[in-house]
Design a protein around this ligand. Structure first.
Ligand code: GLU
Length: 534
C-alpha cells in the first residue's frame, strides 16, 4: 500500500489565459489531494521563453483564487509565486525559470550514463532534412534510426565533440531512446498502455543557447524533487508518457515514480473537437474563468465578469468528465472533495453545454438568501441611474429579490427583469398602446386612478413603516380586482393598460407587485404622465 502523503501539482505554462479545461485539471488535482489530506502544489513551467506571455502567471493565480482553489505550496498569502524556500514552501522557487541552475546537472547525469547525447545539427540542417523527407513523402524525425547519420556525439569523434562544446553554444542535449523496447505503462483513467520505443523521437532535453531545459526534463526533475506522487494532466501529454517513464528509469527513480492520470478533453457543444475560444465567441459563452485582454487589446470574456458564481463554475466543471454515479448535481467544494474519485473520471471527451452552465448558476442563485441577493442587487444598482425620488431600501430590495430570483440565471438579470422599478419608461410600445390604450380604457382610467389613490400608504413602499410585501401585495390586488369585477370590466384590459404605463409595454411583474415597489406616488405619476403623453 502506498503510505506516502499524496502530493499533486498543477503545472501550467504562462502562455496565455488559463482555459476552463486547465481550471478543471487544477480542480481535479486539488480534489484528489484534499480528499486524502494531501498537498496541492502550483508550479509555473516557463522554460519556453518564446511562448511567455506577460500577465499570464498572475492570471492563473487569480483564476485559481477566484475558484477557491488555494495551493498549499507555491503561492503566498498575497497571491505571489514563492521564490525563496521556507517551512511552508520548502521546494521554492516554484517558477522553473528561477530553477535554471538545478537542471544542467541532471542533463549531465543522463549523458554520463549513456541515456542522452549532444546534438550539433543547426536549425537549417534539420530543416533541410525535413524538406528532403517531405520530397520523398516521408516525415523526418530525430530518432533511433536517423541519429546515427546526424551531427551528434554518437557520430562525431570525441575531440571534435569537445571542441564544439567549448566553442559553440548552438547545441542541445537529446534523449537517447532505447531501440525496439516495449514500454509498459499505467494510467489511472485509461488503464494499461504499451508503446514501442521505435515510434519515439529523441526529444531535446536541454538547450545550450538559453541554458534552459525543455519541458520534459524540467517537468520530471521537478516532479521528483517536489516529491509528487500523482501527475494529473490533460490528455495532450499522453504521447509524452513513454519518454517520462524512460526518464524515471534513466535517473534511477522508478521506485518513487508518480502515478499518472490523463484527463480527456473538453469538447465543443456539438461534441466535434476541442472546445476553443472561437466556439465561445461564436456561440456567446466564455471559455476563460476571468476576463482577459491580450497585447492587441482583444478582449476575451470571463465567467466571473459574465456574472457566474465561482461555486457554480466549479460545480459545473467538476461534472464535465466526472460524476458520482448518482442523480445529484449540486455539490459544494467540500462535498466534491469527499466524493471525487479517479475511477469515476470518464475516458471519453466531455461535451460542454453552455445552457447547462447557466442552469448551474441559476441553481446557485436560487440557493442564496434574499438578503444576500439584495446586497448583490444593491451593488448592481450603484451603476444604474435611478430616476425615482428615492431608491428601495435594503429590506425592500430583499423582498423584491425573493420575488424575481426564480426568473433569473444571473444577478445581472435582476435589472433586466424589472428596470422599470427603478426608472420610468421613456417610451411606450406602439403595438401595445394601440391594443390597450383604447377608448374603453380611457373612459375607466379616472376610476382606476381614484382607486389607487385610495390605497392606504402603508400598503406601498411610500410609507416608511409599510407592511411587508406578503401582506401589501394581496391587499392592492384585492382593491383593484374588486373595482374591476364590481364594474364588470375585463381584467386584462385594465391590467395591461397599467402595465403599459408602468413598464412601457404590456409585460412585466404582477401589477400589484409593481405598484407596491413603485410606491403610490410614483405609480400615480407614471399613470398621469402616460395619459398625458399617449
Ligand atoms: N506545463 C505543462 C502544461 O502546460 C504541464 C504538463 C504536465 O502537467 O505535466 O500543460
Amino acid at each position: 500500500m502506498d503510505q506516502k502523503k499524496r502530493r499533486v501539482r498543477f503545472a501550467p505554462s504562462p502562455t496565455g489565459p488559463l482555459h476552463m479545461g486547465g481550471v478543471r485539471t487544477a480542480l481535479y488535482n486539488y480534489l484528489f489531494a484534499k480528499q486524502a489530506g494531501g498537498d496541492f502544489i502550483l508550479r509555473i513551467e516557463d522554460t519556453d521563453s518564446n511562448r511567455f506571455v506577460p500577465g499570464a502567471e498572475k492570471y492563473i493565480i487569480d483564476s485559481l483564487r477566484w475558484c477557491g482553489i488555494y495551493p498549499d505550496e507555491g503561492v503566498d498569502a498575497e497571491g505571489n509565486l514563492v521564490s525563496v524556500p521556507s517551512e511552508r514552501h520548502p521546494h521554492a522557487p516554484y517558477r522553473q525559470s528561477e530553477r535554471k541552475p538545478i537542471y544542467r546537472k541532471y542533463a549531465q547525469q543522463l549523458i554520463d550514463a549513456g541515456w542522452a547525447y549532444y546534438a550539433f545539427d543547426s536549425a537549417e540542417e534539420l530543416d533541410a532534412k525535413r524538406k528532403e523527407a517531405e520530397a520523398n513523402k516521408q516525415t523526418f524525425s530525430y530518432n533511433h534510426a536517423s541519429r546515427n547519420s546526424l551531427k551528434n556525439s554518437l557520430t562525431l569523434p570525441e575531440d571534435e565533440v569537445k571542441k564544439l562544446l567549448e566553442t559553440t553554444d548552438n547545441w542541445t542535449i537529446r534523449f537517447k531512446n532505447p531501440e525496439n523496447r516495449t514500454i509498459e505503462m499505467d494510467d489511472m483513467i485509461r488503464g494499461h498502455i504499451s508503446m514501442n520505443t521505435n515510434t519515439l523521437d529523441d526529444k531535446v532535453l536541454w538547450k545550450a543557447a538559453d541554458q534552459l531545459p525543455t519541458y520534459h526534463l524540467a517537468n520530471i526533475v521537478d516532479d521528483h524533487l517536489m516529491e509528487i506522487t500523482h501527475v494529473i494532466r490533460g490528455e495532450e501529454w499522453l504521447p509524452s508518457l513513454p519518454l517520462h517513464y524512460l526518464l524515471y528509469e534513466a535517473f534511477g527513480w522508478t521506485d518513487s515514480q508518480p502515478h499518472f492520470a490523463h484527463l480527456s478533453l473538453l469538447l465543443k457543444p456539438d461534441g466535434k473537437g476541442k472546445l476553443s475560444k472561437r466556439d465561445g465567441d461564436r456561440l456567446g459563452f466564455p471559455v476563460f474563468p476571468l476576463r482577459w485582454v491580450n497585447a492587441q487589446g482583444e478582449v476575451s470574456r470571463g465567467y466571473r465578469e459574465d456574472g457566474y458564481y465561482p461555486q457554480a463554475f466549479i460545480n459545473m466543471l467538476a461534472l464535465l468528465g466526472w460524476n458520482p454515479g448518482t442523480e445529484q448535481e449540486i455539490f459544494t467544494l467540500e462535498e466534491l472533495t469527499q466524493l471525487f474519485s479517479m475511477e469515476k473520471v470518464v475516458k471519453s471527451g466531455a461535451r460542454f453545454n453552455p445552457e447547462k452552465a447557466k442552469w448551474f448558476n441559476q441553481e446557485y442563485l436560487r440557493m442564496r438568501s434574499n438578503e444576500q441577493l439584495a446586497c448583490e442587487f444593491e451593488e448592481l444598482l450603484r451603476s444604474f441611474t435611478c430616476d425615482r425620488e428615492r431608491n428601495l431600501t435594503h429590506a425592500e430590495l430583499t423582498e423584491l429579490s425573493g420575488l424575481i430570483k426564480e426568473r433569473a440565471h444571473f444577478i445581472t438579470d435582476f435589472l433586466t427583469i424589472c428596470p422599470y422599478i427603478f426608472a420610468a419608461p421613456t417610451q411606450y410600445d406602439e403595438k401595445d398602446t394601440r391594443k390597450f390604450w383604447t377608448d374603453d380604457a380611457k373612459a375607466i382610467m379616472p376610476q382606476v386612478i381614484a382607486r389607487i389613490e385610495s390605497i392606504d400608504c402603508k400598503y406601498t413602499v411610500d410609507c416608511p413603516e409599510h407592511v411587508p410585501a406578503a401582506e401589501a401585495v394581496p391587499h392592492i390586488e384585492e382593491s383593484l380586482t374588486s373595482l374591476i369585477t364590481e364594474n364588470g370590466w375585463k381584467m386584462g384590459a385594465v391590467m395591461n393598460a397599467l402595465r403599459l404605463f408602468f413598464v412601457g409595454q404590456a409585460k412585466g411583474l404582477g401589477i400589484a407587485d409593481i405598484i407596491y415597489y413603485l410606491g403610490k406616488k410614483e405609480a400615480l405619476r407614471r399613470i398621469r404622465k402616460a395619459v398625458e403623453t399617449l
